[in-house]
Write a protein that binds this ligand. Structure first.
Ligand SMILES: [Mn+2]
Length: 435
């Protein structure tokens, strides 16, 4: 565990804080059924500040005009827990390994908070999530509000996650390495899927191969449920049933990415099932690919995401007019939002500890934040034409295409971190053609 790295993040967080106290809770175990649980996944902001995969722990940062403290409350595993589930690291090991200046048993959280919150004007906490200690904190604040001799007590509440999410916007070199590793494993899975898919197979034969490649390469988890969508099912944006048969002459859209040391990858490829692109598929694919490559070429420090969005909408609209999918003049079609029927989503999103990394898109004034080196985002134009859409030429019906890469902003422009995953028509057909 890189304790100095997490220590530095807590220092940065204290820097951002106003006078006050900030609390981040570890994720709670989630029940799957009766007394069994889903695999544990740490809450991303908690992990960002600690590197800990412990359940039931709490981080408290304290900032007064004279003092900055960084405190960890952690569960001391009981003998029963040690026997059944192994338990966590406990207070002594946490003191030795985590780099927190102060570590306490989590049973002292409540009494210590009463003391720490005294004379504090501001409490940062997770306002919008499941906060195991919210009622405790509120009760503590209420007592202080009515207590004699306490001059100030927290009357202002702020979102603690906003502090960490501001810091998470710019990835360090260490974080970029983890994203690169996630993408490298994800690349193996997408290439294997292109080689494997053929008519007559079930979609979940492909998704289980993807799972296997992730697991065999020691990626602990998927960053999200894989979308393995043959033919018209690609037009259901979050199709995850993955239980239908692949048909000859259709495309397969796969949106899948593993998580490596908590960092996500998010990659989509669309390719013909066990053969070559048919002419209409090829024409539509080439158009989406060209737009994707032109958008990536625009990316550089100072550019804003909304510029990418409007360029993608314009170019996809022009492409659809050229192919006869939309009729009319492009300005008017965009004005009428006609293109949104076929490109209904955003051009991309931040990527990091969460696949949709909840870092800010706008500054305090509501202005979109321009790109800065170290930001990572996805670029994922797509066109979705349902089989039952009688407004478009028949040859395009039932085709859904998305091409998604993960892009790092660099001082010079950008780096497509997933450029090695086949996406040109030639590179894809070299893998999908079985003859
Ligand atoms: Mn995505």
């Amino acid at each position: 565990m890189n304790a100095p790295l997490y220590h530095q993040r807590r220092t940065q967080c204290l820097e951002l804080m106003q006078e006050g106290l900030a609390v981040w809770c570890a994720a709670a175990a989630q029940t799957r059924s009766n007394d069994t649980e889903f695999p544990f996944r740490q809450e991303s902001n908690f992990y960002y500040l600690s590197g800990l995969r412990e359940e039931g722990a709490v981080i408290v940062l304290y900032k007064s005009p004279t003092q900055r403290r960084s405190i960890l409350f952690i569960k001391e595993p009981s003998e029963q827990e040690k026997l059944w589930v192994g338990g966590g690291m406990g207070v002594e090991r946490a003191k030795a390994q985590t780099g927190f200046e102060e570590v306490f048993d989590v049973v002292s959280f409540e009494p210590m908070m009463a003391d720490l919150l005294k004379n504090m004007p501001l409490l940062y906490l997770d306002l919008f999530g499941e906060n195991a200690h919210l009622s405790t904190l509120r009760a503590t604040c209420k007592v202080l509000i009515h207590q004699r001799g306490v001059q100030r007590s927290p009357r202002t509440f702020s979102d603690a996650h906003q502090l960490t999410q501001r810091l998470r916007l710019i990835k360090s070199d260490e974080e970029i390495l983890l994203i690169r590793r996630a993408i490298a494993i994800t690349a193996l899975a997408h290439e294997a899927a292109m080689c494997l898919a053929k008519a007559g197979m079930f979609e979940d034969e492909i998704s289980t191969e993807i799972d296997y490649i992730f697991a065999r390469n020691k990626a602990r988890a998927k960053a999200y449920e894989s979308i393995v969508a043959g033919g018209d099912r690609a037009n259901t944006l979050h199709y995850i049933a993955n239980d239908q048969v692949l048909e000859a002459g259709t495309l397969l859209l796969i949106d899948a990415g593993c998580e490596w040391e908590m960092y996500a990858s998010d990659i989509t490829r669309t390719f013909p099932v066990g053969g070559r692109f048919l002419p209409p598929q090829r024409a539509l694919y080439a158009m989406v690919l060209e737009v994707q490559e032109r958008i990536i070429a625009m990316i550089a420090p100072g550019v804003r995401k909304k510029e990418l969005q409007s360029a993608a909408e314009r170019w996809l609209c022009e492409g659809m007019v050229t192919l006869g999918i939309l009729q009319g003049e492009c300005d008017a079609l965009i004005e009428a939002k006609a293109h949104k029927k076929y490109f209904p989503h955003g051009i991309g999103h931040w990527l990091g500890l969460d696949v949709h990394d909840p870092c800010p898109y706008v500054d305090a004034q509501g202005e979109e934040i321009p790109f800065v080196p170290g930001m990572v985002l996805t670029i994922e134009p797509g066109i979705y034409i349902r089989a039952d859409d009688t407004e478009v030429p028949e040859c395009y019906r039932g085709i859904g295409i998305r091409i998604e890469d993960d892009v790092l902003i660099t001082p010079e422009g950008c780096e497509n971190l997933s450029a090695a995953i086949p996406k040109s028509i030639e590179a894809i057909e070299a893998l999908t053609c079985k003859d």
